[in-house]
Write a protein that binds this ligand. Structure first.
Ligand code: NDP
Length: 444
């Protein structure tokens, strides 16, 4: 397999899918050597079968807004690969959702889920529905209309969706309710559910906490302490909020947060009280991060991202391609020692190149943010057992899983000069597990 030629071929087959091509080319470049050590992979054309999703379901979602106007959106589910377990991956509601974005996320999810050590295949879904400014009733009607079509394609042993951008506990609850109404079944078909109806403790916290656990493991490889370090966090949703919570608990100093309108910089650090304000602002009032700056009298920069501020660590936790080449240059120039991705593919290929050349500790999302789906996997186990584990039990499992992922990255990613290439480590470890399972199951 020649990675460049394969990417070129995929580009011609899927010409309007830049995010998908970006994700595939990043992975293929790092697994090429390993793949070519196994001639049986090439004979089974494993590469096409791994890059092209098993199936893509697309449908129209029709719903009625509060003014009685009939609205339409697109809905999708990309079921990428189920070689090691049922399809599993989040649902994203955002105006920027396209088949290309979901194909990139489902492709990444397949390797990420393999890394968690749990039996989960990879999928992703969503809609171009924009939840901003919608009432609760509108969000409910939309979720119900979305599920009216999706329910045919999912199930606890078939495909188990979860949340992602624009889909939190409220949306998962509405979708679960509609699934139950349509099928008459109370089963673990979605994760991220409320605690009263089968949700797992620590699931809301898992992605942010897991990223900070992974960051600690990376810092330990260089004997560096997290305590006292100043940290740039982007986003202000689920992942960003619990990243900040864990950073505060461990004595680090988070200094930024953002949303799609701009970022805030708080030189004194975001403390527990200020975080409580952010959680209420974002999760209850559904307001803008600008209001933090107004309340605490700190700097707000409209239309920009926080990467120009001085700090020790960066944890991008908003969306894809939010760290571009110039941002990466300024992070390196400002002396950042580690970048660990809470979001999926937040760094462009050019930015990653800069981090790796500067020998920064750099962890790709598929390793660093795998804690979210890992605890989703634990939610599935609890649902199958019809039991709920304690907060401590789940947190302990999460810590172990993040540590195992880190070890796997070290195993497959350590270069002769001692630098740990976490991108290579994560890609090779995830790929080998899926590839071996596919080979064992024949040409299907
Ligand atoms: P939320 O919807 O809770 O929060 C997303 C945050 O990012 C919001 O602050 C949002 O701002 C901001 N944002 C979204 N799109 C853009 C954009 N195009 N430009 C600038 N800011 C943007 O989502 P999550 O916190 O759940 O997800 C964040 C990232 O983490 C995503 O990449 C997701 O795929 C990834 N992830 C999430 C997991 C989870 O468990 N939730 C698991 C693993 C990865 P605004 O409010 O203005 O839209």
């Amino acid at each position: 397999m020649n990675a460049l030629e394969t990417v070129e071929r995929l580009k011609q087959r899927f010409p309007n899918e830049p995010e998908y091509i970006q994700a595939v080319s990043q992975v293929l470049g790092t697994i090429e050597d390993e793949y070519n050590r196994h001639p049986e992979f090439e004979q089974a054309n494993l590469i096409d079968r791994l890059c092209i999703p098993d199936r893509i379901i697309s449908f129209r979602v029709t719903w009625v807004d509060d003014k009685g106007k009939v609205q339409t959106n697109m809905g999708y589910r990309v079921q990428h690969n189920n070689a090691i377990g049922p399809y599993k991956g989040g649902i994203r509601f955002h105006a920027s959702v396209t088949p290309s974005v979901l194909k990139f996320l489902a492709f990444e999810q397949t390797f990420k889920n393999a890394l968690t050590t749990l039996p989960m295949g990879g999928a992703k879904g969503g809609s171009d529905f924009n939840p901003h400014g919608k009432s609760d009733a509108e969000v409910m009607r939309f979720c119900q209309a979305f599920m009216n079509e999706l329910y045919r394609h999912i199930g606890p042993d078939e495909d188990v969706p979860a949340g992602d951008i624009g889909v939190g506990g409220r949306e998962v609850g509405y979708m679960f309710g509609q699934y139950k109404k349509l099928t008459h079944q109370f089963v673990g078909v979605l994760t991220g559910k409320g605690l009263q109806f089968g949700g797992s403790l620590i699931r809301p916290e898992a992605t942010g906490y897991g990223n900070v656990y992974f960051l600690e493991s990376m810092l330990q490889t260089r004997g560096i302490e997290l305590k006292g370090k100043r940290v740039l966090v982007s986003g202000s949703g689920n992942v960003a909020q619990y990243t900040v919570e864990k950073l505060i608990e461990l004595g680090a100093v988070p200094v930024t947060l953002s949303d799609s309108d701009g970022y805030i910089y708080d030189p004194d650090g975001i403390d527990a009280d200020k975080l409580a304000f952010v959680m209420e602002l974002k999760n209850e009032k559904r307001g803008r991060i600008k209001e933090y700056a107004e309340k605490y009298g700190v700097k707000y920069v409209a239309g920009a991202r926080p990467w120009g501020e001085k700090a020790d660590i960066a944890l991008p936790s908003a969306t894809q391609d939010e760290i571009e080449e110039a941002d990466a240059r300024s992070l390196v120039a400002n002396g950042v020692i580690a970048v660990s991705e809470g979001a999926n593919m937040p760094s462009t290929p050019e930015a990653i190149e800069i981090f790796q050349q500067a020998k920064l500790l750099y962890a790709p999302g598929k390793a660093a943010n795998a804690g979210g789906v890992a605890v989703s996997g634990l939610e599935m186990s609890q649902n199958s057992e019809r039991l709920s584990w304690t907060r401590e039990q789940v947190d302990e499992r999460l810590k172990m899983i993040m540590s195992d992922i880190h070890q796997n990255c070290v195993k497959y990613g350590t270069q002769p000069d001692g630098y740990i290439n976490y991108v290579r480590g994560a890609n090779v470890a995830g790929f080998l597990k899926v590839a071996k399972a596919m080979m064992a199951q024949g040409i299907v």
